[in-house]
Design a protein. Structure first.
Length: 276
């Protein structure tokens, strides 16, 4: 006959047998612990919130995939194909030359066009100082270019190379461009799209006062400095490109006074010009 003590002890003995051979075989029996209902309710709340968050993430992922698929379908459909390229701002360049330089061929989808890369390709053209590319929906690409202005020229193997104010070679022409200032003293002339050595010195042309610029017929860049060639075989030695206004003022002061036998005026130190 089983006693009450034997009945109460059997579950514990059965549990020990079940745990035998496991990591928990040595865990002593513990009395049942009553769980606070508020704790259980809190766990339920946390679980529900986690399910809501997971649901939102799944929903957003589905929407993102659907949107990407829609964009892909629209792009492949040709609905927004770049069928027209409008070119604006050209003076010396042709619109076709800009279109070819853009690298846009075969009516690609405008949804996939890299306008920055297109502008960079157009700016490789020697004449182009800046290019801006925009999209005009649904099927037009607009390329607006700003061209360099030629301010000088130099001889180059029987031709004349046009120069921008930064010394960039813009083009070569057969007829001598007398409207611009001649640059001499160059060892070599690079291909169009590249700048001559010391090319920034060409900028002095635009920085001269009108009274002096009207007398200048050429710019000599030999010897590492800047020398202005004037009518009457007179030269003004500027030296480097610093203090252009002061050097211009000193040159005009000497030119405005009698200077017999003077073949050059050195204003590299504008406070002490030298005539020789």
């Amino acid at each position: 006959m089983n006693t009450v003590t034997d009945v109460e002890a059997r579950p514990s003995e059965d549990a020990c047998e079940l745990l035998e051979g496991t990591l928990y075989a040595d865990v002593p029996d513990s009395p049942a612990v009553e769980v606070d209902p508020r704790f259980v309710a809190r766990l339920d709340d946390v679980a529900r919130e986690q399910r809501r968050r997971n649901g939102r993430r799944t929903g957003l992922a589905v929407v993102a995939v659907a949107f990407a698929a829609l964009v892909g379908l629209v792009a492949a459909s040709g609905l927004f194909a770049a069928r027209r390229i409008d070119v604006q701002g050209t003076v010396h360049l042709s619109a076709d030359a800009v279109r070819r330089a853009s690298g846009v061929h075969g009516d690609p989808s405008m949804l996939r066009l890299d306008t920055g890369a297109i502008a960079a390709r157009v700016e490789r053209l020697p004449w182009v100082a800046d290019a801006q590319v925009s999209i005009s929906w649904p099927n037009s690409l607009v390329i607006h270019v700003t061209e360099w202005e030629p301010v000088a020229y130099t001889a180059d193997r029987g031709r004349w190379a046009l120069l921008a104010s930064n010394g960039r070679v813009l083009d070569e022409v057969l007829a001598r461009p007398l409207a611009f200032m001649k640059v001499v003293g160059l060892a070599t002339v690079p291909p169009a799209g590249h700048a001559i050595a010391g090319g920034s010195a060409v900028d002095v042309i635009d920085r001269l006062p009108d009274d002096l610029r009207r007398q200048v017929i050429g710019l000599d860049l030999s010897g590492g400095g800047v020398t202005l060639r004037l009518t009457g075989d007179l030269a003004i030695r500027f030296g480097d490109m610093s203090a252009v206004p002061s050097k211009s003022g000193a040159a005009l002061a000497v030119l405005g006074a009698p200077h017999p036998g003077c073949h050059y005026i050195d204003v590299s130190v504008p406070s002490a010009p030298v005539c020789g």
